[in-house]
Design a protein around this ligand. Structure first.
Ligand code: SAM
Length: 369
């Protein structure tokens, strides 16, 4: 089977490397998505283990669709009975971009109709109640090429199960995990997030360092499918648990000026089972100091759009430039949309990378020593 993982823009290469490193085959990165090959074991493994991708989907067909007829035939050609039982609900959603078939509701109707026609033939019945478990069908049409997939994840993979809803502009877990990869956090790293909010960077770093699979605390949509052998997830969870490195030397320091963020980070770290590796304290970045011989600083400071007034954010960037002094074996990874960050911070980054935090176009400023 072919599978695809949609990714945040800018993280395609990281997800592709992650998949190759974890032993997946046939990995090919494209804009915003990464394809790979595998079977049901790989579906479960990818859902449980992939840190930086958004969801895992099974590719059912990929074809030119310049007319509704072509779309209908391409969808009808799929052996739907293999995945959709007599009672399953099979809603269809999708999107279209730069294509002749631009009306999404019309495409949705055509795709649904083609599936129903195929299932009618397969099951010899004319009506489907759709009262059973959910098999989500998704289509995308990009430059007249249709891709028909089944979503196996349900909630996006960024929902790890450790983070409470919070209104303090948290960074998406999959993006934080991507930055953790870029910073090469490993089992004996010392990590610090001086603007920890809900603790995402510290927790994602600890999980990576201890090799805790991000999906161990949650369930996935395809576990409910009749067609999905139910022992597979249990097996893959067992394998993932065996790979945890409890004795990693890793340490993280998470600071925030807000008392509420301090307790939130503590609670979230506990839920993620990494609390023993993270020291959380109330501290203003003005008093930031790492007495350790090495450190990787990862942070998502206030942007001045959602949280702080712009002026206040700009003053903070100046403070950061002073307290994040260049030091051997200390590196800094700062994500912000502020175009003038380097000037305010006072140093040109050694490297920059474009990333999206939700809809906000950001740069990751990297300072190495
Ligand atoms: C954009 S949020 C960080 C979100 C975090 N990355 C997460 O995933 O939850 C910025 C954080 O900086 C904190 N903050 C603002 N000013 C600060 C200061 N002077 N020193 C330390 N933390 C500060 C805020 O309380 C807020 O939690």
């Amino acid at each position: 089977m072919m599978m695809v993982i949609p990714t945040l823009f800018g993280l395609e290469g990281i997800v592709a490397d992650e998949l190759r490193w974890k032993g997946f085959q046939g990995v090919v990165a494209e804009n915003g998505r990464v394809f790979f090959d595998g079977d049901f074991h790989d579906v479960a493994k990818a859902n449980i283990q992939v840190r930086c991708g958004e969801r895992v989907q099974i590719v059912l067909n990929r074809f030119r669709a310049e007319s509704f007829e072509a779309l209908f035939q391409g969808v009808k050609a799929i052996d739907w009975k293999e995945f959709i039982g007599r009672d399953n609900a099979f809603p269809v959603k999708g999107w279209s971009l730069n294509s002749k078939l631009h009306s999404v509701p019309d495409c949705q109707k055509i795709v649904k109709k083609a599936i129903v026609e195929k299932l009618k033939e397969a099951y010899g019945q004319s009506w489907f109640e759709e009262t059973g478990s959910l098999v989500q069908v998704q289509f995308s049409i990009l430059k007249d090429e249709a891709l028909i997939v089944l979503d196996t994840s349900g909630q996006g993979l960024h929902k790890r199960g450790y983070r409470q809803n919070s209104n303090m502009a948290p960074i998406r877990e999959t993006l934080a995990a991507g930055i953790v990869e870029l910073a090469r956090v490993h089992p004996d790293s010392i990590v610090c997030d001086p603007f920890c909010g809900s603790g995402t960077f510290a927790i994602e770093s600890a999980m990576k360092a201890m090799n805790i699979a991000p999906g161990l605390l949650r369930r996935f949509a395809c576990e409910q499918w009749d067609s999905f052998p139910n022992h597979i997830f249990a097996q893959q969870r067992e394998l993932a648990r065996d790979q945890i490195k409890k004795d990693a030397d890793f340490q993280a320091f998470a600071y925030d000026v807000d008392e509420h963020c301090v307790s939130l980070t503590k609670e979230n770290a506990k839920k993620a089972r990494v609390a023993s590796k993270i020291r959380v304290e109330k501290r203003d970045v003005r008093h930031y100091a790492m007495g350790t011989e090495k450190a990787v600083v990862l942070c998502n400071p206030p942007y001045g759009e959602r949280m702080f007034e712009r002026k206040e954010a700009e003053t903070l960037y100046g403070v950061m430039g002073v307290v994040f002094a260049p030091k051997p074996r200390h590196s800094y990874y700062i994500i912000t949309p502020h175009e003038n960050f380097e000037v305010l911070f006072g140093r040109k980054a050694d490297k920059k990378r474009k990333l999206y935090n939700g809809m906000i176009k950001c740069d990751l400023y990297m300072y190495f020593r």
